[in-house]
Design a protein around this ligand. Structure first.
Ligand code: FAD
Length: 263
């Protein structure tokens, strides 16, 4: 497979940097071709502004959705964004790697998504009618590709368990898994999460590195998180509510998992 790893840590000597090197080496050992977008090393611009749209005059009002749509349609987005979009077309598998900061991805990575996932590319695609609500949630430009999160957290595993005070990790990652990755069509694999990252010693690192290698060895076989397809009949259109007959006793994010299917 072609694998794109988008890396968001400011220091390559960090734990995340070491895990990235483990991941790249293992992926290559498995015969995959790997590209890394190291956002800090690239000096990635994290905010959306006028400079993203060369056809926009300084005095023009910036409406990000429309500017993104027009810029993408005309291939008039900036070179850094176009290059990342090309990598995404190339990649069969996308890995987002980051330390968990304030319960989500660091701003630089969110800015990568904001700028690269353009209208007409990652959203706003497909037929919008009373029968379909576009190609999204399981359909879209990345359908047939896989994606996965690698993250490290200072908190303990039980803090992120079903009754943990931080909230379940599956819930915290839902906006990334479902909202950013599944939305444009990726099949999303269960994440690799390393807990108590700040207290990791050398022996712990070796153990975690091996767990990561093991996880990466089965990338092509691992069952994705069984999210429901938007256009598969489970949701009413246009309200996009799950039909009352579905979901069992689930509430919240768990409603959007197909019943009886294990990840
Ligand atoms: P580092 O600081 O680089 O390393 C962590 C430990 O790993 C060190 O002790 C280091 O010695 C050791 N280590 C072992 N082997 C190696 C090796 N081979 N290479 C490098 N280091 C090694 N945590 C949460 O749980 N929830 C949050 O919401 C949250 N929010 C945060 C917000 C901010 C702004 C910050 C700065 C931290 C936050 N944290 C949070 C903690 C954060 O998730 C951890 O600090 C982070 O995951 C650690 O990853 P790192 O790569 O920065 O680790």
């Amino acid at each position: 497979m072609n694998v794109l790893l988008v890396f968001a840590h400011p220091d390559p000597r960090s734990l995340n940097g070491a895990l990235r090197d483990v991941a790249v080496a293992e992926l290559q050992a498995q015969g995959h071709t790997v590209q890394v977008s190291d956002l800090h090393a690239m000096g990635w611009k994290a905010v959306v502004d006028h400079a993203d749209f060369p056809d926009l005059k300084p005095e023009d009002r910036l409406v990000p959705v429309l500017a993104s749509r027009d810029g993408y349609a005309a291939s008039r987005l900036t070179a850094d964004v176009l290059a990342e979009q090309e990598k995404l077309r190339w990649a069969d598998m996308l890995i987002l790697q980051f330390p968990l900061w304030w319960f989500t991805m660091p701003a630089i990575l969110k800015g990568w998504v904001d700028r690269v996932f353009a209208y007409g590319f990652a959203y706003g695609v497909g037929e919008h009618s009373d029968r379909r609500w576009g190609d999204r949630y399981g359909e879209g430009v990345f359908q047939g590709k896989r994606a996965m999160v690698i993250t490290t957290a200072g908190g303990w595993a039980p803090h992120y368990g079903p009754r943990g005070i931080n909230g379940p990790i599956d819930d915290l990652l839902f906006p990334i898994h479902h909202g950013i990755l599944y939305y444009p069509g990726y099949a999303v694999l269960p994440p690799f999460v390393l807990y108590q990252a700040d207290r990791l010693d050398a022996a712990g690192f070796e153990r975690e590195a091996e767990r990561l290698r093991e996880c990466l060895r089965t990338l092509e076989q691992t069952a994705p998180i069984p999210y429901r397809q938007q256009n598969g009949g489970d949701y009413r259109i246009p309200s996009m509510e799950l039909r009352e007959s579905l979901g069992g006793g689930a509430t919240g994010f768990a409603l959007h998992l197909r019943e009886g299917v294990k990840a």
